[in-house]
Design a protein around this ligand. Sequence first.
Ligand SMILES: C[S@@+](CC[C@H](N)C(=O)[O-])C[C@H]1O[C@@H](n2cnc3c(N)ncnc32)[C@H](O)[C@@H]1O
Length: 328
Amino acid sequence: MALQEKTSKLVINSPEANPEFEALLDYLKHSQDCDLTGYRRSTLMRRFQHRMQSININSYQNYRQYLQSEPRELLDLLNDVLINVTSFFRDRDAWDYLATDIIPKIIASKQPDEPIRVWSAGCAAGQEIYSSLILLAEALGIESCLKRVQCFATDVDEPAIWQARQGTYSARDITGIPPVLLKKYFQHTKEGYVFHPQLRRTIIFCRHNLAKDAPMSKIDLLMCRNVFIYFNPEAQASILVRFHFALKNTGFLFLGKAESVTTARKIFTPVSWKYHVYAKGLNLEREDYLSIINPAKLKASGRTSIVEVPEKATVSEPHPAALLDLRL
Ligand SMILES: C[S@@+](CC[C@H](N)C(=O)[O-])C[C@H]1O[C@@H](n2cnc3c(N)ncnc32)[C@H](O)[C@@H]1O
């Protein structure tokens, strides 16, 4: 079945209200290779204005000139726009549900030696991927976890990835970790609390833009929490198609407390509304993924199959030109 038949209408990303702001976003996209067009305008404008106020600039036009003359400003702006707030076992009851209901299901769906693949997309300083790894190690035992679990922790923000890779946290950072788990999985050193080095090596950290780059594949547990809220509905729908591709048929998607799959209800079904866990719904075909993820590049490469998209892709891919509405 073609994707069009599974969907109700075509949505083209509509031009937003403030032309001056859109011109600034256009400048950033084309001249600074920094594409923020998929983010919600209300949040984005608030963040820009916060930056502009701090340097006494009162128009988007003047801010654009400032960005041109002060290359460092783009880093400060991104620091404000890409909110890195995170914590271990954030929304604790959802993690308890993951430990008691979802992780056992994932393990039960596998042969005893089969790999388990986890992806934290928008991982910030890494607390989310380490939280999931602790739960898996608790369920499988550390030895088996080391043999079977493969993790990916990705973020668009390089400094966040760097921090995540260190796996070293302050006394303030570790407050959400139950003492028994803290003792088992962290070593208290003079640099801080250092995560279990062997387990840390099961994680591949890389820069990855959710709205742009090819997704991972064969994932059993995909966590993308408190990231989605920053994107507009069109970008959310496009990301959800990528996630659908990334997940195994038996895989689970774990979103944040304020997030849902409303922009793509047909392709995901709720496992728990309360804890924002979803399974794959309607199947998509290869052509469906290609039409969203990247028709042009795939055609140019002469490849014919979506499964040939690199698994650990950090390659930049152009945006899709139009997005299909997957809502009911
Ligand atoms: C609020 S933090 C959420 C961290 C963690 N997932 C959690 O729930 O605690 C949002 C993260 O999303 C990242 N992010 C924003 N836009 C992104 C994009 N286009 N691709 C990948 N990560 C992105 C930010 O850099 C930031 O680290």
